[in-house]
Write a protein that binds this ligand. Structure first.
Ligand SMILES: [Zn+2]
Length: 281
C-alpha cells in the first residue's frame, strides 16, 4: 500500500506570485525548504511556514481537475476510513450533542463518502467541493448535491450549521483567515468545527525536513499546533479539543518502526497530523 500523500502536483505553465504571510501579513521571511517544485519560507514575525511564491489563484484552482479526481477516487475509501476513525476517536457525537437532525457541512468533501455516512446517521448533509468530477460522483453514487466551488461562493446563511468539518483542506488555501471568518459566520452559536491538517512542529517533520510527507506543492501553508490555535481564535472560535497522530509514511525505508512510532506519536501528541475541535460560543 502506498502512502496517501501526493508527492507533487505542479502543472506546466503555472504563473507564480510573491505573497505576504497568510497568517499575520508580514512580508519578512527566511527561506526554509527549497526544491525544484516549491519554496517554503518561515515568517519572521509569526513563525508560520508557508509557500512563497505561490501559483496565482486560477492556477491553484486548475490543479483540482480530472487528474485530481482520479487520485481522489483511487484513495477515497482509505480517506473515509481515516476520517471516520478520527471522528470516532474524538467522540463527535458527544462533542456535537448528537448527530441526528444536525446540519453537517463537509468542506472539501471530495466524492462525498464521509458526508454520505453522516447522512446515514441522520444528519442533514451539505458539501462543498471544488472538483467538478467529484461532485458528479457524489451525486451519481450517493444522491448528494454538493456545492461545486469555493465556500465563499456558496453564500450560506448566517448561523446555519451545527457541525462544520474540513479535513486536509486548510493547508491548500491561499487565504486561510478569510476562509475561517466565513466558517465562523455560517456556524451556529454552540456549533462546532473540526479541522484536520498536517502538523509542522511534529517529531517526524523535524526528522524528515524537506522530505517530510506534507511538504508538497499543493500545501500552501503548514501549521504548528500553536499556529492552528491562533488561526482558530483569530476567527472567533474557542478550541475545545486537540490531538495528533501519524508518523512514518507507509512506503518509507523506516517503516519497520511505524507501529511503535505511531503509538508514540499519538500517546505523546507528537503526530504529524493534527485535529482540533473548536466551538462558536
Ligand atoms: Zn506571519
Amino acid at each position: 500500500m502506498k502512502d496517501l500523500y501526493m508527492r507533487g502536483n505542479v502543472r506546466d505553465g503555472e504563473k507564480y506570485s510573491k505573497i505576504d504571510c497568510p497568517l499575520c501579513g508580514s512580508s519578512d521571511y527566511k527561506v526554509e525548504y527549497k526544491t525544484k517544485n516549491f519554496i517554503f519560507v518561515r515568517c519572521n514575525e509569526c513563525g508560520v511556514l508557508y509557500q512563497n511564491p505561490i501559483p496565482q489563484t486560477n492556477f491553484i484552482q486548475k490543479r483540482y481537475d480530472d487528474k485530481y479526481f482520479e487520485y481522489e477516487v483511487e484513495n477515497h475509501k482509505n480517506f473515509f476510513e481515516l476520517q471516520k476513525k478520527t471522528l470516532n476517536d474524538i467522540n463527535i457525537e458527544k462533542l456535537a450533542g448528537g448527530i441526528k437532525g444536525k446540519k453537517f457541512l463537509d468542506i472539501g468533501c471530495a466524492t462525498g463518502m464521509l458526508l454520505n455516512h453522516f447522512k446515514n446517521l441522520g444528519a442533514i448533509p451539505y458539501g462543498v467541493e471544488i472538483c467538478t468530477e467529484s461532485c458528479r460522483y457524489a451525486y451519481e453514487h450517493f444522491g448528494l448535491t454538493l456545492y461545486n466551488g469555493t465556500l465563499e461562493n456558496a453564500h450560506y446563511e448566517n448561523d446555519f450549521f451545527d457541525i462544520v468539518h474540513f479535513s486536509h483542506l486548510i493547508e491548500h488555501l491561499e487565504k486561510p483567515i478569510e476562509f475561517m471568518k466565513e466558517v465562523f459566520r455560517i456556524t451556529k452559536r454552540g456549533g462546532i468545527i473540526i479541522i484536520t491538517t498536517p502538523r509542522e512542529d511534529s517529531f517526524w517533520a523535524h526528522i524528515y525536513k524537506k522530505k517530510w510527507r506534507s511538504l508538497i506543492p499543493d500545501h500552501l501553508i503548514l501549521f504548528s499546533r500553536s499556529h492552528l490555535i491562533s488561526l482558530v481564535k483569530i476567527s472567533g472560535f474557542e478550541p475545545i479539543f486537540e490531538e495528533s497522530w501519524g508518523s512514518i509514511p507507509l512506503d518509507a525505508k523506516l517503516k519497520f518502526l511505524k507501529p511503535f512510532s505511531d503509538r508514540f506519536a499519538k500517546k505523546f501528541d507528537r503526530g504529524d497530523v493534527q485535529c482540533i475541535v473548536a466551538k462558536k460560543v
